[in-house]
Design a protein. Structure first.
Length: 306
């Protein structure tokens, strides 16, 4: 990846990621779109396993154990977080690693999960109708969502950022969104963020990340605003197509794991998160899936669980 515009965009974004997440290590300009599959597979296969008594004491975990499979709401198209590898049929990434580790924690096998594709508009529905046990999908914890589902975590924090076409000069930061047509995902925190920080922009909502980026690439919108960690997917995969305009902005966005409302699964998953944080598994997963691919040498501080 030799184009200076790509290296600059990723380095700026990665630097902001380090700042927001609590790491003080320097950012390398070396980035790669290649995941170390062997290291990922080895890590999730060797994750911790819960004690039988811990599972028996929790109705949510006990039901998963009885079913013999962890039903997950997630995605197969988030390059850094949960991406299907068509060469071997496996899903890998930061979120994917977490739910595979949870499957091992409960069932003793990281492969015992079923993945249902969700987007920002369907995450609550699949939990409410009992289709899945948990949602891992860069799922921001908000007060409105907490009325519909319960959240374990957070396990990561994010902010918003602006994706634009590479080489454009009209938009250099959030102040330049006034009068522009700005894409975001329906059902995400994007519409509220744009309304607060760029109230003079015209918002156009799309079903998912792919549709929003396609609209930007085709010139139907001027910019795309969403979580900067998701936009990092686009930068790493499409170095000559997109770049980030300005620095990340807005309130820090905590990512949580959705479970059914008032489920005791929240307490169980929180204990799982504490376990993989304390034994170093979370840090190793972060470095394999995000750090090594964005040039960040040190993992951020694990956020305080709510």
């Amino acid at each position: 990846m030799k184009k200076s515009i790509c290296v600059t965009a990723v380095a700026v974004l990665a630097a902001s990621l380090v700042f927001a997440s609590g790491s003080k290590d320097s950012v390398s300009a070396t980035v790669t779109n290649t995941l170390n599959k062997a290291a990922f597979d080895q890590l999730v296969a060797a994750g911790p396993v819960a004690r039988d008594a811990e599972i028996e004491a929790n109705s949510w975990a006990k039901a998963v154990k009885k079913a013999g499979v962890l039903r997950v709401g997630g995605t197969r198209t988030s390059f850094l977080f949960s991406q299907l590898d068509e060469t071997d049929g496996k899903v890998r990434g930061f979120d994917a690693g977490l739910y595979q580790l949870l499957a091992r924690y409960i069932l003793g096998d990281s492969n015992k999960y079923e993945l249902t594709q969700v987007n920002s508009s369907t995450r609550e529905a699949v939990l409410q109708n009992g289709q899945v046990d948990a949602v891992f999908a860069t799922y921001s914890i908000t007060d409105a969502r907490k009325k519909l589902v319960s959240f374990a975590g957070p396990y990561f924090t994010s902010q918003s950022a602006i994706l634009v076409k590479a080489g454009q000069t009209a938009i250099k930061g959030v102040d330049d969104l006034a009068g522009k047509i700005v894409a975001t995902q329906a059902g995400s925190t994007g519409p509220a963020t744009i309304a607060k920080y760029a109230p003079k922009a015209t918002v156009q909502e799309f079903k998912d990340d792919t549709e929003a980026r396609t609209a930007l690439q085709q010139g139907r919108v001027d910019a795309y605003v969403t979580d900067y960690t998701l936009l990092l997917n686009a930068i790493v995969r499409n170095p000559n197509t997109y770049e980030i305009a300005g620095a990340p902005f807005g309130t820090e966005d905590p990512y949580g794991i959705g479970v059914p409302l008032q489920s005791d699964g929240r307490a169980f998953v929180n204990q799982f998160l504490r376990t993989i944080e304390s034994d170093g598994t979370w840090t190793k997963l972060w470095l394999i899936t995000l750090g090594e691919r964005t040039g960040i040498k040190t993992a951020p501080t694990f956020p305080a669980i709510q």
